[in-house]
Structures are given as structure tokens and as C-alpha cells.
Design a protein around this ligand. Structure first.
Ligand code: UDP
Ligand code: MG
Length: 314
């Protein structure tokens, strides 16, 4: 049984050595055949030299270095495309995904009842309250409006059988939202809860704004409800204005037409204009994503690796 561990790294020079030591310890107790796949996502610090050194000292280490920062989603995809293990896991380099959980996860997969073990943090301790609040609202909304089951507090940290990895690689969309992809492909998943752990070193790469954009990405990638909302707005507005029109015609015929109501006309115009722009914006969001999909640009570009035959562009 071979285990592949995929680790996306962006400016992780401080956390990497700690992570490497820990994961080595855990893996050595589990199996002798494993690979550590580090994906350097265009780091601006000394992550790359560190990875070169690790690869030199340890033949189980493979690294792929992107030509620029393509984002964690692209880094994970690169890992999936290049992983050869029977069991494949994705883990953050900052120890927020505790390597100590791996033995338990492997045990669950070995039992044969599940295809993947996913982790879910039961607390959001150490996170700003406002961020937690938005996160909870996001999960509530997306679960209402999308087909794929997206669990609150789910992390990207998962151990999967190779069949599931194949399914993920086959989903070659450019706009990636892994939590949705994992849910969409199905398979039998065991949810392993654990207490939130704070990052050991360095700082988070996610600003509030970046998270917000990621949340919108998730909604648009996995739901068509926003598009339906704009259609419904259109239908309701048409109905309301038809009723108003009939009302005005009847009033004109029965009582004549005293000119009044400039303010209400302007307000109505502004309201309709606003709704139109809002709906156009929603359509634009979907169109923009369709555009990036049809361009078929690669997900990432690898500029350096210690693996002799890798796909530099995918
Ligand atoms: N990461 C990445 N590319 C990015 C941002 C983050 O590869 O553009 C990696 C990062 O190195 C870490 C993981 O994704 O291993 C999770 O990032 P982080 O810990 O900053 O996120 P948080 O845990 O705060 O959500
Ligand atoms: Mg983290």
C-alpha cells in the first residue's frame, strides 16, 4: 500500500521544516512506501530552496514548483494529477491538519466501508468571530441552493482511495472549488471531527476579501439559483407593472388624468434600473466563468521539479 501526501505551499518557509519532521515520524510508523508531494505555489520566500534540499536528502520527496502563484486550488489539482498512491491525502503545511490523525484515517479506509475520510473542525477557536459568522452563513446558503453536500467546518484535509482521485482529476474545470467537487463526485465519506488547531508558524494567506471571493466562487460554481433569482425578479416585476398599467388605464377612463406622481415614477425607474443591473451582473458572473472555461488555459504551469517526467502544463 502506497500513500501520497499532497502539500500545497505558499510562503511556508517557517512552517515547512516542522511539518516535514512531524509527517515523517507519522508515515514511518505506517508504511515504507509513501511519497510526499510538495507543490510550491509561487512562494516569494525560501520555500523553493528548502524543497530542493528536502528532495536531495529524501528520495520520497517530490516537488513541483509553479511559475507564479496560481492559488491553493491549482496547487491541489497539480498534486492530484501527479499522485500515484493507493491512498492520497491533501494537507496544509501549517500543521492545522494534524498528521497525527492519519493512522486513524487509514484504519477507517482499511475497514473497507468507506472510500474517503474527510475532516471537519468542530470549533473555530482562534478565528475572528466575524469571520466565523460569515463562514456559517455561507455554508447555510450554499447547502440550500446547490446539489452538492458541503459540510460546515469541512477542511480540504482528506484521505482518499485512488478511484476517487481519478474522479477528481477528471473534473478539469478551471474555476475550482474543491469542497464542492468532493461533494459532487459522491463516494462513501466518513467525517472525522477534530478540534481546531492554530497554525504553528507564518501567517494565514487568506484575507477576508479573498475568502469572500472564494465563497462567491463556490456558490456560482455549484448553483444556478442566482440566475433563477434574476429570472424571478423579471417575472415579478412584469406582473406588478401589468397590474399597475391596468389600474392607471381604468383610473384615466373613470376619473380623467391629473398629472401627479413625478417622485414615484423616478423611484420606480431607479428600482427597475437597479434590478436590471443586478441581474445583468449575475449573468456576467456566469459568463465570465464560461469564458475562462472555454479558453482552456492550463490550470498551472510548472517551472521546476525533481521528477524526471512531469507534465509541466496542465
Ligand atoms: N496556499 C497555497 N496557495 C495560496 C494560498 C495558500 O498553496 O495561494 C497553501 C498554504 O501554503 C497552506 C494551505 O494552502 O499550506 C492553507 O493556507 P492557509 O493556512 O494560509 O489558510 P487557512 O488555514 O488560514 O485557511
Ligand atoms: Mg492554515
Amino acid at each position: 500500500m502506497k500513500i501520497s501526501i499532497i502539500v500545497p505551499c505558499y510562503n511556508e518557509e517557517a512552517a515547512l521544516p516542522i511539518f516535514y519532521k512531524e509527517i515523517k515520524k507519522v508515515l514511518m510508523g505506517l508504511t515504507s512506501t509513501y511519497e510526499l508531494i510538495f507543490v510550491n505555489d509561487g512562494s516569494k520566500d525560501h520555500t523553493l530552496p528548502l524543497l530542493r534540499q528536502l528532495a536531495e536528502e529524501d528520495k520520497n520527496v517530490t516537488y513541483y514548483s509553479f511559475s507564479r502563484n496560481f492559488g491553493k486550488e491549482a496547487a491541489m489539482y497539480a498534486g492530484f494529477c501527479n499522485a500515484h498512491g493507493d491512498y492520497v491525502a491533501v494537507m496544509d503545511a501549517d500543521m492545522q491538519d494534524p498528521p497525527g490523525l492519519l493512522p486513524k484515517m487509514i484504519e477507517i479506509l482499511e475497514s473497507g466501508d468507506y472510500d474517503s475520510v474527510a475532516t471537519r473542525r468542530v470549533s473555530r477557536q482562534g478565528e475572528p468571530p466575524i469571520r466565523s459568522w460569515f463562514a456559517r452563513k455561507f455554508y447555510k446558503i450554499i447547502n440550500k441552493i446547490s446539489d452538492s453536500d458541503i459540510v460546515d467546518g469541512a477542511r480540504d484535509f482528506r484521505l482518499m482511495k485512488s478511484d476517487m482521485v481519478k474522479a477528481i482529476v477528471s473534473m478539469g474545470e478551471r474555476n475550482r472549488f474543491s469542497k464542492g467537487i468532493f461533494g459532487w463526485i459522491g463516494f462513501r465519506t466518513y467525517w472525522l471531527p477534530y478540534e481546531n488547531v492554530e497554525r504553528v508558524a507564518g501567517e494565514t494567506k487568506w484575507s477576508f476579501w479573498k475568502l469572500f471571493k472564494y465563497a462567491i466562487e463556490g456558490i456560482i460554481d455549484f448553483s444556478e439559483v442566482p440566475l433563477n433569482i434574476s429570472s424571478w425578479f423579471g417575472i415579478v416585476m412584469t406582473f406588478v407593472s401589468a397590474v399597475m398599467l391596468i389600474f392607471l388605464v381604468v383610473r384615466k377612463l373613470c376619473f380623467g388624468d391629473p398629472v401627479a406622481g413625478w417622485a414615484s415614477i423616478v423611484c420606480t425607474l431607479l428600482l427597475i434600473g437597479g434590478i436590471q443591473l443586478f441581474s445583468l451582473g449575475i449573468i456576467g458572473q456566469y459568463l465570465a466563468r464560461t469564458y475562462t472555461e472555454v479558453k482552456h488555459r492550463p490550470h498551472y504551469i510548472i517551472s521546476e521539479s525533481n521528477h524526471p517526467d512531469f507534465d509541466s502544463v496542465k
